[in-house]
Design a protein around this ligand. Structure first.
Ligand SMILES: Cc1cc2nc3c(=O)[nH]c(=O)nc-3n(C[C@H](O)[C@H](O)[C@H](O)COP(=O)(O)OP(=O)(O)OC[C@H]3O[C@@H](n4cnc5c(N)ncnc54)[C@H](O)[C@@H]3O)c2cc1C
Length: 316
């Protein structure tokens, strides 16, 4: 095995957890194979954090042009770094930015793109990626070719790496045409809670029926020590903010407990929660697809269950 390249994504306060999650896995893959892990960060603001990553080498593309995400400039820069270093695999978080960047770089470098990856394994000296395809309806096992590949990994499948190291540091000369100027970055609504960090999610779907019933879910979540998340129709109806949405166009979560209340289990929803440690489904329809992924299921009415369970948990 040669080099694994990890692309670090800038967040509001340092590198995002989604990109830090890739570091530990990269180290694990190279540990017994005499390989190296190299991380690349963009913009002057990434230098300090890069110098403390627990990897072998880091590259800082420290042009002010790269301080904010700029697709053409990021792609051109990463293209040069990949061509100069020939990594056997390039890992990027499967975030909004990562999907955009990964596709562009794969096209520029003429490398395959493996998106929605949920695992990486080493067999001999070959890396195999597990990837969700057809909106999570099927799972593919893909052997990475010797020429390399760009792999975007779903957030939440591994833990964010907090180890500190002292890597070899290199500044990358940025020589990219300024095809686009970023004038302003408008941050998406972050919401009041980060559902990706919660151990317990009480997740409501269209079965909640009306926003007047949401306090029942909030009350249950509080008595369980968890937070409320939801399926997309609940967000589309404006009953909960987008930050609470689980699924393909929402957040990927991996809580210890995912209590799915009145959620049918569409592939786009399952894509965001199927790796939860324990899934309990409450759905009046015993044939709902959520029952196929749930560890436990019940057909009781969620509107009756929520207050009763909250009361029981509070010992009332
Ligand atoms: C490109 C694309 C992206 C998408 N992204 C997402 C995404 O990120 N997240 C997401 O969730 N969806 C997403 N969707 C939508 C997805 O396809 C489904 O439409 C959605 O997940 C359905 O939500 P639901 O399960 O809450 O509603 P429904 O499918 O309507 O299911 C409601 C369920 O509640 C049950 N129920 C009703 N009343 C009760 C009761 N009193 N007690 C118990 N159970 C009850 C019903 O039996 C039913 O199974 C996306 C779709 C597309 C096309």
């Amino acid at each position: 095995m040669g080099l694994i390249l990890v692309v670090m994504e800038n967040g509001a306060s340092g590198f995002t957890d989604a990109s830090r999650e890739l570091l530990g896995k990269a180290r694990e893959l190279t540990k017994h194979q005499d390989g190296q892990v190299m991380a690349v960060g963009f913009g002057p603001q990434s230098e300090k954090a890069l110098r403390r990553l627990a990897v072998d080498r880091v590259i800082c593309a420290d042009s002010a042009l790269l301080a904010s995400y700029n697709p053409a400039a990021y792609e051109a820069c990463l293209d040069q770094i990949i061509k100069a270093n020939a990594p056997c695999i390039t890992l990027i978080a499967n975030t909004t930015l990562g999907i955009d960047l990964g596709a562009g770089v794969a096209s520029r470098c003429n490398l395959p793109l493996i998106a929605y990856c949920t695992d990486l394994q080493i067999n001999g000296n070959k890396i195999t990626a597990t990837s969700q395809i057809f909106a999570g309806k099927a799972v593919a096992e893909i052997r990475i070719p010797d020429s390399g590949a760009i792999v975007t990994v779903l957030p939440g499948v591994w833990n964010a790496d907090t180890d500190v190291g002292d890597p070899d540091f290199e500044t990358w000369p940025v020589d990219t045409p300024q095809m686009m100027e970023v004038l302003k970055v408008i941050e998406p609504e972050t919401g009041d809670v980060d559902i990706t960090k919660a151990d317990i999610l009480v997740s409501v779907g269209r079965g909640i029926e009306s926003p007047e019933n949401l306090p029942l879910a909030e009350d249950l979540a509080t008595s369980m020590g968890g937070v409320v998340s939801c399926s997309r129709p609940v967000v589309d109806a404006g009953w909960l903010p987008k930050a609470r949405q689980v699924g393909k166009s929402g957040q990927t979560v991996k809580p210890k407990l995912y209590l799915a209340l009145g959620i049918s289990g569409a592939p786009e929803h399952l894509q965001g929660m199927r790796d939860a440690d324990l899934i309990i489904a409450v759905n009046t329809d015993e044939n709902a697809s959520i029952m196929d992924v749930a560890h436990y299921g019940t057909t009781v009415d969620m509107l009756e269950l929520m207050p009763a369970l909250a009361q029981r948990l509070r010992g009332e």
